[in-house]
Ligand binder design. Structure first.
Ligand code: HEC
Length: 147
């Protein structure tokens, strides 16, 4: 028992040492799927009907910074705002994190925009705030942060 405690502590200290200096590298917690296991296969099969053209990305951008108010939590640069007073659960995602971008299918992001991310401040936005078509364009804009 005592040995385990020490091992845990050593592990913890090592992890702190490996902790990236910037916030560019991803926290493994962030990479875990947000869509429940029972629905993830279906969500991953949903494909974005809109091509990633500059026109569609611009439309997504206008929504992100405008009526869909994503910017209030995800920030102008898509990196999230860090500690936001009153936010419960996980912090807003850093959209410039390439590992996170690679981990997610577009359909999973649409699922989140429909259902929110349970236990976090990420609420459901479809259909009350944006339509599904608008959400797909928002996703194109979210993807543009990873490029
Ligand atoms: C009130 C704050 C808030 C607003 C407004 C908000 N988000 Fe989020 N968002 C979050 C938080 C917090 C998370 C992290 C949730 C988690 O870790 O599961 C998140 C996560 C996400 C994710 C990642 C989910 C994943 O699979 O990792 C996407 C995509 C996203 N938000 C898109 C948006 C878009 C698009 C908008 C605007 C329509 C928006 N968010 C508005 C707080 C917000």
């Amino acid at each position: 028992m005592k040995g385990n405690k020490i091992k845990q502590w050593v592990f913890y200290v090592l992890c702190m040492g490996l902790w990236p200096v910037g916030s560019e590298a991803s926290d493994p917690e962030v990479l875990k799927p947000r869509v429940p296991q029972a629905q993830i296969e279906e969500a991953r099969s949903w494909k974005n009907p809109f091509p990633s053209t500059s026109d569609n990305i611009e439309k997504g951008k206008a929504l992100f910074h405008g009526k869909a108010f994503c910017v209030t939590c995800h920030g102008i640069n898509g990196k999230g705002l860090g500690e936001i007073p009153g936010l419960v659960g996980k912090l807003p995602r850093n959209f410039t994190d390439k590992a996170w971008q690679a981990e997610r299918e577009d359909g999973e992001l649409l699922w989140i925009l429909k259902n929110g991310s349970a236990g976090t401040a990420m609420a459901s936005f479809i259909p009350l705030v944006v339509t599904e078509e608008e959400a797909w364009r928002l996703i194109l804009y979210v993807r543009s942060f990873g490029k």
